[in-house]
Design a protein around this ligand. Structure first.
Ligand code: HEM
Length: 460
């Protein structure tokens, strides 16, 4: 291996350092408790390191250096494939999902799906989001315990189904709500998440086996989504602004509309990507706001400066301390610890290294967000850091970047801010058993380990 300062010829492979081999224990640590493993690797090998392959896990370069991240995010969109490295989510979203597409098909589909998550269209959901959040807490009796993640999941799921999908309350809506929650709960602990990583465990051994149970839930959910698609096709009127109308109207380069299976996969993708992530982020934010009374007080003071009930949602989303609380929540424990993989289609230089074609690059959001040179005292929750300094899009990346940047980033932040502003202004909550809580794997996301239990002490 050549030294860091040498400039290898284009054909020469020059990789960052890392442990000589991976063990089953390393692979399990990455799945079950990656924080310690990643912190230790970074302290030993620095900002880029090589994690050797093990079994079905390929060799990976872990990247958490802003310069390398900038190079990856600003590269021409044909430099990398991503979908090829994401077969892990295939059982959840189906193989026509945007997440699994690459090249031109990815680009076209992304353009098609973008509008409901941006601009005027998104701002129109403001009132609905505030009402959904208010009702979710209003359903809790004073003094009775409720779980932050569960309640925030109800809020984010209702938001996406009603605002983005345009579904009306009714039987099908309720069934989708319940099935999707149950289906994603199949992976609600580090141990259960292992099923996604090992194909050999993905065996249907009947309705009581974990995988069999997941498949049956997915089948029921599929049936409901296909019913919705067929009903909408039969109506023949796709003029609505909701996501299903957009997809039903879409045609490929040969003028062909999307098939039912393609439509189903894209709907599942948005349901899957769009609500669990936001629910987890909101649960963390509620935790921090009640674990740290100083932060809560500052936010309450800021919220008093406007009338939440009559304010334009944009005025709420511009509040600086509310923004700082959301940003710090997504920094300290990012919902996704890793961006999607980037697999170079040709050999390429990356900072001081020369990477071969086909090698998997994984940007580690968690390690970047815990770099003490960028974020002094990185393990402490400090919203003020976002008031004191602006971070570049290669230093702060809770939504990834480049041509795979989270499609719902603006929508997720909009929803987070409106939900927090509504809940904090209308209710006083209390954290039951305040204690340090750390993230644990939940499928492909990372959520609070253990329950964040709260109770309503007062309606304002
Ligand atoms: C706090 C909430 C959320 C977080 C932290 C988050 C984070 C991320 C991250 C890190 C990526 C990968 C980006 C990359 O590799 O560069 C991603 C992709 C994606 N996200 Fe989100 N997300 C959130 C909410 C949402 C919402 C609300 C939606 C929409 C309904 C959504 C839809 C997507 C989609 C479709 C992709 C794939 C984009 C592509 O492949 O081109 N996400 N998200």
């Amino acid at each position: 291996m050549s030294s860091l300062s040498s400039h290898p010829a284009a054909s020469e492979v020059h990789l960052p350092k890392g442990p000589a081999r991976s063990t089953l224990w390393d692979s399990l640590s990455m799945i079950l408790n990656p924080m310690d493993f990643l912190d230790q690797m970074r302290s030993q090998y620095g900002e880029l390191f090589l994690v050797p392959g093990f079994g079905r896990f390929p060799e990976v370069i872990m990247v958490n250096d802003p310069k390398a991240i900038q190079q990856i995010f600003t590269a021409d969109e044909n430099t990398f494939d991503s979908g090829v490295g994401l077969d892990l989510v295939l059982p959840l979203v189906g193989d026509n999902s945007l997440i699994l597409l690459d090249g031109n098909r990815h680009k076209q589909q992304r353009k098609l799906l973008m509008p409901p998550f941006h601009g005027e269209r998104m701002r129109n959901y403001g009132e609905l989001i505030c009402n959904i959040a208010d009702q979710a807490i209003a359903r809790q009796s004073i003094g009775k315990t409720f779980l932050a993640r569960e309640t925030m999941q109800e809020v984010s799921l209702e938001t996406i189904l009603r605002a983005v999908f345009g579904l009306k309350e009714g039987d099908r809506y309720q069934q989708i709500l319940q099935l999707l929650t149950e289906m994603l709960d199949s992976f609600n602990s580090p141990f259960k998440s292992v099923f996604l990583f090992f194909k050999t465990l993905q065996k249907d051994l009947g309705p009581w086996s974990p995988w069999g149970n997941f498949l049956r839930k997915r089948e029921l959910l599929d049936r409901l989504l296909y019913q919705e698609i067929q009903e909408r096709r039969a109506q023949g009127n796709f003029s609505g602004e909701d996501i299903l109308s957009l997809l039903l109207n879409a045609q490929d380069e040969e003028g062909q509309p999307m098939s039912d299976v393609e439509l189903r996969d894209e709907l599942m993708t948005l349901l899957f990507a769009g609500h669990e992530t936001t629910a987890t982020a909101l649960a963390w934010a509620l935790y921090w706001l009640h674990y740290r009374p100083d932060v809560r007080e500052k936010l309450l003071q800021e919220l008093q400066s406007i009338d939440i009930k009559t304010s334009d949602p944009t005025a709420i989303t511009r509040l600086p301390y509310l923004n700082a609380v959301c940003s710090e929540t997504l920094r300290i424990y990012p919902v996704l610890f890793f961006a999607f993989p980037r697999v170079p289609k040709q050999p390429m230089p990356l900072v001081d290294y020369q990477i071969p074609e086909g090698m998997m690059l994984t940007i580690c959001i968690y390690l970047l967000h815990h770099n003490p040179e960028i974020y002094p005292d990185p393990k402490t929750f400090k919203p003020e850091r976002f008031l004191d300094r602006q971070y570049s899009p290669y230093e702060y990346i809770p939504f990834g970047g480049g041509n795979r940047r989270c499609l719902g980033a603006a929508f997720a932040l909009f929803e987070m801010k409106l939900v927090l502003a509504t809940v904090m202004s209308h209710y006083s909550l209390e954290l039951i058993n305040p204690r340090p809580i750390f993230p644990a794997r939940r499928g492909v996301t990372f959520a609070p380990a253990g329950d964040i239990a709260l109770r309503v002490t007062q309606r304002k």
